[in-house]
Design a protein around this ligand. Structure first.
Ligand SMILES: [Cu+2]
Length: 264
């Protein structure tokens, strides 16, 4: 075969070919299976030398030995190579999609239409179990023995402290508590803030006011620490208007108080 009737299209010259010279029958078979084309043959000192070539764009292994070895064990076909690439590409696409969806959902604002629970800004983990009902009036509801109230202390802003009936409804000042004279009440205090606080019912809106009915948890010198909880049960005194406060220094002035109304 001569260079003038090369079979591949687009081949301009012999420089576009790789060439191999082999002498063994084994190499000849291997090159033949690998798509090499024999174009010449000479005999030197009794040894037959076979000249093979192949278009460079064919993408053949560099060494004839490699070709032989691969041909013997079954050289990887083009289709298998492509399939590997398809699988790798598909895996990458799937990974990108999953990561994208997860990242997208993580940035989604909580929408009211989705039933999935959204994280709340509750600063204390103990708050959800004992949250009072969402009734707008802070008036406690009576049970058979004692009326139970949960009161949460915290800091709505850096300069305003307060109380609330749930960890995420803390206001400054806190909600008004309404009792009936002689009622037995158990207050469970939760420190949902970032600093120590306490709680007590007093006769004036001052951190030095007198505590009434032994209705207090902690004190100014021994407050409830952050995340802490304390309970007190007391009997409400006579009808009138009182206050509850945090006795820690200066906290009343920052809004840590609320009114207590006792009905006859
Ligand atoms: Cu306080």
């Amino acid at each position: 075969m001569s260079a003038e009737n090369l079979p591949e299209k687009g081949i301009q010259s012999e420089q576009d070919y790789e060439e191999r010279v082999v002498t063994s029958a084994e190499d000849i078979r291997a090159l033949g299976r690998a798509g090499w084309e024999k174009y010449d043959q000479i005999t030197v000192d009794g040894v037959q030398m076979h000249f093979y070539r192949r278009p460079k764009q064919f993408g053949v292994p560099k060494k004839a030995e490699e070709t032989t070895k691969k041909a013997e064990v079954g050289s990887p076909k083009k289709g298998e190579s492509n399939r590997s690439w398809y699988i790798a590409a598909a895996i990458m696409v799937i990974v990108i999609l999953v990561v994208g969806v997860v990242a997208y959902e993580a940035t989604l604002p909580s929408t009211s239409s989705t039933p999935t629970p959204t994280p709340t800004m509750t600063p204390t983990p103990a708050s959800t179990a004992s949250m009072p009902s969402t009734s707008t009036t802070p008036t406690p509801t009576s049970t058979s023995s004692a009326t139970r109230i949960d009161i949460y202390a915290g800091e709505p802003t850096s300069s305003t402290y307060g109380f609330g009936l749930s960890a995420n409804s803390i206001t400054s000042p806190g909600p008004t508590l309404t009792f009936t004279a002689g009622q037995t009440v158990t207050v469970t205090f939760h420190n949902a803030g970032t600093m120590d606080h306490n709680w007590g019912i007093v006769d004036a809106k001052s951190s030095t006011a007198n505590v009434l009915w032994n209705a207090k948890v902690g004190s100014s010198s021994n407050p409830i620490s952050v995340g802490g909880t304390a309970s007190v049960t007391f009997t409400v005194g006579s009808a009138g208007t009182y206050y509850y406060i945090c006795q820690v220094d200066a906290h009343v002035a920052l809004g840590m108080w609320g009114a207590v109304t006792v009905n006859p």
